[in-house]
Design a protein around this ligand. Sequence first.
Ligand code: SDX
Length: 428
Amino acid sequence: MSEIGVFEFQGKRYEFPVEIGSENEIAIDIKKMRSSTGGIITLDPGFKNTGSCKSAITFLDGEKGVLRYRGYALEDLAENAKFLEVAYLVIFGELPTKKELDRFENTIKSYTMLNEEMKDILDGFPKNAHPMGILSSLTGALTAFNPHAVDIHNEEDMYEAICKTMAKIPVIAAWAHSKNLGKPMNYAHNDYDYIENILQMMFMKRNERYTTNKVVAEALDKLLILHIDHEQNCSTSTVRIVGSSHAGLFASISAGVSALWGPLHGGANQAVIEMLEKIIEDGGDVEKYINKAKDKNDPFRLMGFGHRVYKNFDPRALIIKKSADAVLKELDIDDPTLKVAKHLEEVALNDPYFVDRKLFPNVDFYSGIIYRALGIPLEMFTVMFAIGRLPGWIAQWREMRLNGELIGRPRQLYIGKNKRDFKPLEKR
Ligand code: SDX
């Protein structure tokens, strides 16, 4: 017998079906609530208690600090797989065979050229334009150069659109970086693999032969795996709701980039480094900033700390913290921000304010330290997050469309003025 949820109000009893997920999560299905109760809706600012969809892509348990992509533990994937393998897994549901992975990589390579007119759009941006603004704009502009609407029920058409998206976003990201530095735009080169291409497009000097630093490439590959998906976070929910109007994949991803940019979301990795550098400039007084973060009258928040879902350690933060130590050691870099970050973490995790609110370091707390060690400039940190999250956005958009989901259109509780008569100007 299927379970039910009961809601009683003003002497009436309403029953709603209950759905149980594959990890025994429980959801009350309220899709008929408004019609069956004569107009009653739920209210849930920030959707802290509301599931927007059923998904088979990512499972995370915030209380236990568990994160799995298509059933595989993140730790196993980060340790044993490459970014493109995990991207394939998240998008198509299974780890690729060698033949499938080669086809995926080669099809992506066939799409890495951008229309040269994209440079004209890029030229229109001021030199100091934030690369996330460029990335969002040029990703949306891709629709103009690829106007064909994806037939999501045509596997080949969908496959080509997925590979085209995977191919072109990193090129735009690298061009945004070059624009910021006033350097010539580099093109992807088929001699390099996916991760090496990102690095060579960003760092290759035209008057030198580019040689990949394997330590840097491996660190970036692992870092991007850790960012691939995170169920219904702010930017992924944005991609899904924009795509639910049947807007195209590029337009939906462009909206996701904009949502990710915010400092409460993906923009936090840049804000963490800015915070750590401010603490260092201010004499390294960690306790002062811990107290500022606790002061309700102070807008300062400990960036990289806290999470909507994780009320335990963010498993990604644990992996990144270990990787930061290893990468800085292998590259022989002594970054004072790492020491301050560890000190801040130690003080916070022993302070009742953070302990009581279950505020732990999240994915953004240490990632910027690695990006910096890899030579990636501060304003590109969130762009790297976007490149990592791209397979997740694609996977979630594809799942939403293949499931034939309805256009997203939440209701509201109106608290404005009741009906009133118009007052002519001379009487106001
Ligand atoms: C990402 O959703 C995802 O999955 C996102 C992400 C992904 O992979 O897609 O994981 C990536 O966005 C990670 C989060 C990066 N953002 C930051 O590091 C910014 C700093 N963190 C906070 O702004 C905050 O923790 C959020 C936005 C991440 C979560 O906010 P919530 O869930 O809305 O929690 P809240 O604001 O209701 O906070 C609960 C309490 C409040 O205090 P009280 O009102 O109970 O007294 O905790 C306090 C908050 O003031 N609090 C903090 C804090 N985070 C929460 N206090 C100080 N510093 C912080 N960082």
